[in-house]
Design a binder for this molecule. Structure first.
Ligand SMILES: NC(=O)c1ccc[n+]([C@@H]2O[C@H](COP(=O)([O-])OP(=O)(O)OC[C@H]3O[C@@H](n4cnc5c(N)ncnc54)[C@H](O)[C@@H]3O)[C@@H](O)[C@H]2O)c1
Length: 253
């Protein structure tokens, strides 16, 4: 495929489903060779097939982002297979438990923080190591509206996503001089397998979430993926350290 990312290599964590899956297709459409990293083998392989059917190039690398050795291997394999790493979309995440904080378990806290925050830190660590060797790159981290404002009952998730915005800003400061841009996207309510599972059996909550956005609707994975592609592109060459809301105006209120 030809496009603005011809000759470039993009890595998407959690690329097998939802927002990550849509971002994989968008990077490939722009001509990038794409590394799809996720835990689910069947969905990951299917995503790669979809890219190939559309005439693009992609490979699946099974990765649990909470495991340092697997994240290091994910970057090593990307470089072995495709020779470089230009863009990374650190998107893998889980919703975590919701409800009264005093009823939540330490195990559930650890699980959410290990994937959403420590996992993203690990991804940045190994991606930046490679990008420094190449002389630059662009990273986009997937935070959430819940990384900018509090979502009631969303303790570990909210803490992890606020942390992702912090890592983004610090990364932007520390690596600006080395040609690495680091930005975040903060989606509002987007219909994906994660949000569908979360809202299962609760149509009232879905209605409330949509109504909260001034635009009166939820967003699509495409609306997030297009912003990710743009933040990686040369069109955003002077942008680093931003946490970009994609939420129909939700956090503006
Ligand atoms: N859907 C929304 O409304 C929404 C809103 C704001 C932020 N987000 C964020 O967007 C990101 C993607 O969400 P989604 O709704 O597309 O979710 P999803 O469940 O549809 O997809 C999540 C992806 O992350 C992967 N993943 C989960 N844990 C992993 C791990 N330990 N290692 C590797 N991969 C792992 C899954 O395999 C899957 O590919 C998440 O970080 C989520 O917090 C989603």
């Amino acid at each position: 495929m030809t496009g603005q990312f011809e000759g470039k290599v993009a890595l998407v964590t959690g690329g097998s489903l939802g927002i990550g899956h849509t971002a994989v297709l968008a990077f490939a459409r722009e001509g990038a060779r794409v590394v799809v990293a996720a835990r689910g083998v069947a969905d990951g392989e299917e995503t790669v097939e979809e890219v190939r059917r559309a005439g693009g190039e992609a490979v699946f690398v099974k990765t649990d982002v909470s495991q340092a050795a697997e994240v290091e291997e994910m970057v090593t394999k990307s470089v072995e297979l495709y020779g470089r790493l230009d863009y990374a979309f650190n998107n893998a995440g889980v919703g975590g438990d919701r409800g009264p904080m005093h009823e939540q378990t330490e195990e559930s806290w650890d699980d959410t923080i290990n994937i959403n925050l420590k996992g993203l830190w690990l991804c940045m660590k190994y991606e930046i190591t490679q990008m420094l060797q190449q002389g630059g790159g662009a990273i986009v981290n997937n935070s959430s509206g819940g990384g900018l404002v509090g979502f009631a009952g969303s303790w570990a998730y909210g803490a992890s996503k606020h942390g992702v915005v912090g890592l983004t800003r610090i990364g932007a400061l520390d690596y600006a001089q080395q040609g690495i841009r680091v930005n975040a996207v903060c989606p509002g309510h987007i219909r994906t397998p994660l949000s569908v599972a979360r809202l299962a059996g609760n149509p009232e909550l879905e209605k409330r979430l949509k109504a909260r956005a001034p635009m009166g609707r939820g967003g699509t994975s495409e609306e997030v993926a297009e912003a990710v592609v743009w933040l990686c592109s040369d069109a955003a060459s002077y942008i680093t350290g931003v946490a970009l809301s994609i939420d129909g105006g939700y956090v503006a209120g």
